[in-house]
Design a protein around this ligand. Structure first.
Ligand code: B12
Length: 215
């Protein structure tokens, strides 16, 4: 008898979504920590991104995997949900203007919610004014900005500048993340924090909130 396939193998093999859901249900029933399943999903998506870049996957396969991953994530969400726990605080998240990549951001959003944060997700291609408006209206402790394109790094700077211009910069801590970002770039653009994956993101958000809502 062959060994049951892992989540990674099922996703890379473009399995039927029902097989993926069954595997997740079985793992949860046998008390596997849902966070470990999110980590596996996140690592698999990174591997998928790299394979696509090396020309080992077609765009259609990439899109299919994106669909499988988001379905798998929505299956996991109720098990991760911080609902019912006392909220740790409010956060606003979004992918900056000109950028529509949201797989990584969505994983970070899901992990934040699982950690008990309220998340206002502004989605993708979000202009600076919309971030400013959300900070004014929602008064979050943390603002998270995501960008996957080198060309949209400038948009992150624009959001920070717009916050400064509107007098809101000291009301919120800004964390940035996404493929082109390094700690040095984050610092240089005036962000308060940076993380290169969802686990590091939770750690950084907790630490930034502990230090207080202002810069
Ligand atoms: C999937 C994908 C797409 C999908 C996006 C689907 C979607 N809904 O997101 C589609 C096909 C639509 C797409 C389109 C394009 N893409 Co694309 N895409 C990718 C790919 C292959 C994978 C990205 C991904 O999902 N990774 C998996 C996730 C889990 O990882 P992640 O995003 O890095 O997120 C993690 C961390 O970065 C971090 N993180 C992310 N956000 C945040 C936010 C915060 C606050 C924090 C703390 C942490 C954090 O935590 C996440 C979880 O661990 C990458 C290549 C790659 N290897 O990354 C190219 C890539 C990003 N794309 C690229 C390009 C060029 C494009 C296009 C311009 C292509 C084109 N010519 O049309 C368009 C751009 C459209 C636009 N305006 O945005 C380039 C960017 C190059 C560059 N230097 O700018 C890449 C690097 C591929 C390449 N080498 O050419 N793309």
């Amino acid at each position: 008898m062959s060994l049951p396939k892992s989540l990674r193998e099922l996703i890379l093999g473009l399995a039927d979504i029902s097989e993926i859901k069954d595997l997740i249900d079985n793992e949860l029933r046998s008390h596997k920590n849902p966070q470990l399943i999110v980590d596996e999903l996140s690592q698999t998506l990174r591997e998928v991104g790299d394979k696509y870049e090396r020309g080992e996957l077609f765009l259609s396969e990439l899109m299919m995997i994106g669909y499988l991953a988001s379905e798998a994530a929505s299956n996991l969400k109720p098990h991760l949900s911080g609902a019912g726990k006392r909220s740790r605080g409010k956060t606003v998240m979004g992918t900056v203007r000109g950028d529509i990549h949201d797989v990584g951001k969505n994983i970070v959003v899901m992990m934040l919610q699982a950690d008990g944060w309220e998340v206002i997700d502004l989605g993708v291609d979000v202009p600076p004014e919309e971030f400013v408006e959300a900070i004014r209206k929602e008064k979050p402790v943390i603002l998270g900005l995501s960008a996957l394109l080198t060309s949209t790094l400038e948009e992150m700077r624009n959001v920070i500048k717009a916050l400064e211009k509107s007098g809101l910069r000291d009301k919120v801590k800004v964390i940035v993340g996404g493929r082109p970002i390094t700690r040095m770039i984050a610092k240089e653009m005036g962000a308060d924090g940076y993380a290169d994956d969802s686990v590091a993101a939770i750690r950084a958000v907790r630490e930034m909130a502990r230090r207080g809502g202002g810069t």
